[in-house]
Design a protein around this ligand. Structure first.
Ligand SMILES: [Zn+2]
Length: 147
């Protein structure tokens, strides 16, 4: 895959048969002060109606994955982690308010902490996809509805 490689593009690539994805997306997001906002723990794929792969790929390519912009002043007093169910170092130790503060004072640790979270989240989506019990079609449908 040789595009930005956001989660939607990567999943569209997987549906189209790609096996390897090389991307700077988690880093690019972090440098802008953004974090991936996907509750992977909520993923409980079930049986859903069939859809044509082409339609799903087209929808993935037209939409952008959910992200949080930690530069936004609305996060200034937030005591919440980036993602409640996330098990990454950043979410286990810091909250959105602190990350907003680090970005506000241009502290480089903000980018490092966001990279840790974004890489973890990106990998978590694909970890769920690799699980033998995960049905690809139902996962993609769940993702399109929730993310
Ligand atoms: Zn996290």
């Amino acid at each position: 895959m040789s595009s930005k490689g956001n989660l939607n593009e990567a999943l569209a690539g997987v549906l189209s048969g790609m096996d390897v994805i090389q991307t700077t997306y988690p880093f690019d997001l972090a440098h802008k002060g953004h974090s991936i906002d996907v509750e992977v723990e909520e993923c409980k794929p079930g049986k859903v109606e069939e859809a044509k792969v082409e339609e799903v790929v087209a929808k993935l390519e037209k939409t952008l994955p959910r992200v949080k912009d930690l530069n936004d002043a609305s996060f200034a007093k937030s005591k919440e982690p980036l993602v409640k169910s996330c098990k990454c170092y950043t979410c286990q130790n810091y909250n959105c308010g602190y990350l907003h503060h680090l970005l506000d004072v241009k502290e480089m640790n903000a980018t490092i902490l966001l990279i840790i979270h974004n890489l973890f989240s990106y990998d978590e989506v694909f970890r769920v996809l690799r699980e033998p019990s995960t049905d690809l079609d139902s996962f993609i449908h769940w993702y399109l509805i929730n993310c």
